[in-house]
Write a protein that binds this ligand. Structure first.
Ligand SMILES: Cc1cc2nc3c(=O)[nH]c(=O)nc-3n(C[C@H](O)[C@H](O)[C@H](O)COP(=O)(O)OP(=O)(O)OC[C@H]3O[C@@H](n4cnc5c(N)ncnc54)[C@H](O)[C@@H]3O)c2cc1C
Ligand code: SF4
Length: 482
């Protein structure tokens, strides 16, 4: 689309947010997103770089045609429903969960980091525009119209089992269903979504929105079998007998814990347990929901990734004072910038260069303080580019009646311990080749199960790539058997 652009508009159109004093009392969503008029205004700032070299597309792991969808909002600005329908059609070509990715992707490190507007002012607010398109389409039933157009007319090319209903599994299933395959997802929990349902809180990703994104897949014909633990309820071998191929997207849901004195004291949670109780079991609505959660007056969260921010902001909403203690410095934190800013605005305190060495308990076996060694940074950097740190031999003790440990996650070994021939790396991730096929022919894998803890969009990218590889594998097998 060629447009005349009289001048560069350097500042992005802001999105409204719920005021701090209101949001810390509830789990309602913090950012309120664009309306149509403000979305068009932001879309008009885009320079419409040619698709062949638009740097934003290169920065997106699933290569969404970003200028393509943004251009549709401007092109059809006089007809909002048409503008959104055309924009969503472009997005769905590459990404079936835009309401999710628009909310949780670290855009500042991906598409938006590459946007040329970032060189002269603010990069285009790509994530919020993607979210706007998905939200508007859902509210105005535009998704239903598009789904009817997309539903495959021919099924029965083959049967595929997908293990795990996180972003990797859901994307792989959606892509295969669009290609006409008969797909069944096996999920261990009683709800689909993976980390999106049990890890990321409502105030970042409302569950109603997630449920609707997943409902679209069911519309495309994907069957989801819940409460099925592959490796226990059904084995990989049994799946291989029934299906032409299997995709493993079981994530990295096993928490790493600290092997230091006092770890078994009461009210020390792994972030996974804490967030699962709060998000999946809705413990913040206890006693309306059965699941309880005990949070005291002073909570220390150990770690500084997205999981730590989510745990800290959840504990704050349950009425606790919260401090994040991190063994490195501010610039080494791995959480999204937006989430760190939100945590700070809401009153979460940060302590840097503190490494926990002991949990101290009271006479009832409940945690009452954490002893930390003070750390200092070195010039030298580790493999991930972070400054190395060393202990100073000085210690500090901080009071806490609740501790949440968020120092990382690794894949569970339920399937790999049961399935003979499935090769696993020492850290529990599955070994795959360049087509994402594991050591067992016909079994593919992606997402955190092969990368360790990573991001939603990388998991989705794997799901998409694996769907293509599965399709090629089944076709090749069919030709060989013909
Ligand atoms: C609290 C938290 C916040 C995060 N915030 C962000 C963020 O803001 N942005 C971002 O990009 N990333 C974020 N991440 C990381 C992101 O969520 C993950 O990288 C992503 O969810 C990985 O997707 P996946 O499909 O590989 O695995 P998962 O989302 O972990 O899904 C795996 C699914 O497989 C199921 N499963 C496991 N074993 C079996 C089995 N044997 N049989 C059947 N089912 C099984 C699990 O129950 C789960 O539903 C966050 C992670 C956490 C924990
Ligand atoms: S790089 Fe920025 S300005 Fe160029 S097309 Fe992408 S979003 Fe628009």
């Amino acid at each position: 689309m060629v447009r005349k652009r009289p001048k560069l508009i350097k500042e992005r159109v802001p999105t409204p947010e719920r005021p701090v004093e209101e949001r810390v009392k509830s789990f309602v969503e913090v950012n309120l997103g664009y309306d149509f008029a403000s979305a068009v205004k932001e879309a008009e700032r885009c320079l419409q770089c040619p698709v062949e070299y638009a740097p934003c597309i290169k920065g997106c792991p699933v290569h969404i045609n970003i200028p393509g969808f943004i251009g549709k909002l401007v092109e059809h600005r006089d007809d909002p429903n048409k503008a959104v329908k055309e924009a969503l059609r472009v997005i769905w070509g590459d990404n079936t969960l835009p309401a999710v990715t628009g909310r949780v992707c670290p855009q500042e490190e991906q598409c938006e980091m590459n946007c040329v507007m970032g060189k002269v002012g603010d990069p285009i607010n790509i994530g919020k525009l993607e979210r706007f398109v998905a939200d508007y389409a859902r509210k105005h039933s535009i998704e239903d119209e598009l789904l009817a157009e997309m539903r495959p007319s021919v099924c029965g090319k083959g049967k595929v089992a997908v293990v795990g209903a996180g972003p990797a599994g859901l994307t792989c299933a959606g892509e295969l269903a669009k290609l006409g395959y008969d797909v069944t997802i096996y999920e261990a929990l009683h709800k689909p979504g993976g980390v999106l349902i049990y890890g990321i809180p409502e105030f970042r990703l409302p569950k109603e929105i997630l449920d609707k994104e997943i409902a679209k897949l069911r519309e495309l014909g994907v069957e989801i079998k819940l409460d099925h633990v592959v490796g226990k309820t059904v084995t990989l071998e049994e799946l291989l007998e029934e299906y032409d191929a299997v995709f493993i997207g079981t994530g990295a849901g096993t928490p790493k814990l600290l092997n230091i004195p006092g770890i078994l004291l009461d009210r020390i949670y792994s972030a996974n347990e804490f967030l699962t109780r709060v998000n999946l079991m809705k413990a913040y609505k206890f006693p309306e929901y059965d699941e309880p959660i005990a949070v005291g007056k002073k909570t220390i969260v150990i770690g500084a990734g997205n999981t730590a921010m989510d745990a800290a902001r959840s504990a704050l909403r349950l009425g606790s004072e919260v401090t994040i203690a991190y063994r490195r410095g501010r610039e080494d934190m791995t959480a999204r910038i937006e989430e760190i800013q939100h945590a700070e605005e809401e009153g979460v305190k940060f302590e840097f260069f503190l490494n926990p060495v002991e949990f101290i308990g009271d006479e009832n076996g409940r945690v009452k303080a954490v002893k930390f060694e003070k750390m200092k940074p070195l010039e030298e950097r580790d493999k991930k580019g972070k400054r190395k740190i060393v202990g100073t031999g000085e210690y500090v003790t901080l009071e806490a009646d609740t501790v949440i440990i968020a120092i990382g996650l690794e894949p569970n070994r339920i399937i790999s311990e049961e399935a003979t021939g499935l090769k696993v790396n020492p850290d529990g991730t599955l070994v795959v080749d360049e087509n994402l096929m594991t050591s067992i022919p016909g079994v593919f894998a992606g997402g955190d199960a092969i990368r360790g803890e990573a991001t939603v969009i990388l998991a989705m990218g794997d799901g998409k790539r694996a769907a293509k590889a599965i399709c090629d594998y089944i076709e090749k097998k069919r030709k060989a058997n013909a």
